[in-house]
Design a protein around this ligand. Structure first.
Ligand code: SF4
Length: 104
């Protein structure tokens, strides 16, 4: 990776506020994303950071890398810093939403 590519990656990753909410399992139902209350096994609940971040592609096949293109697909929480300013963002349904999936 070139020096400028590394710094671009660092800048892109600095947008993340490390809330950890996107590291919860999701269900795609008819094109709509529903969050579950189940965290990824690699999410550290204390730090809210991924415990295998640098090896996440190998450790967790299916972990989606955030890119300017795929963040628009609706799998990040509506107030995530990456998508908060995207107009008409198709926000996922969160467990606490009225029509969410959590059974209380
Ligand atoms: S939801 Fe957004 S701000 Fe929170 S950890 Fe995920 S990418 Fe970072």
């Amino acid at each position: 990776m070139s020096k400028s590519s590394k710094s671009e990656t660092k800048k892109w990753e600095s947008v993340c506020t490390r809330c950890g909410r996107c590291c919860y399992e999701k269900i795609d139902f008819e094109g709509r994303i529903y969050y579950t209350g189940l965290p990824c096994e690699h999410l550290d609940p204390g730090t809210k950071r991924c415990k295998v971040y640098d090896q996440r592609d190998k450790q967790r096949p299916g972990c989606v890398r955030l890119t300017p293109e795929n963040i628009k697909k609706g799998f990040l929480p509506a107030d995530c810093a990456y998508v908060a300013d995207i107009e008409d963002y198709p926000a996922p349904i969160m467990p606490d939403d009225e029509d969410g999936t959590r059974d209380e």
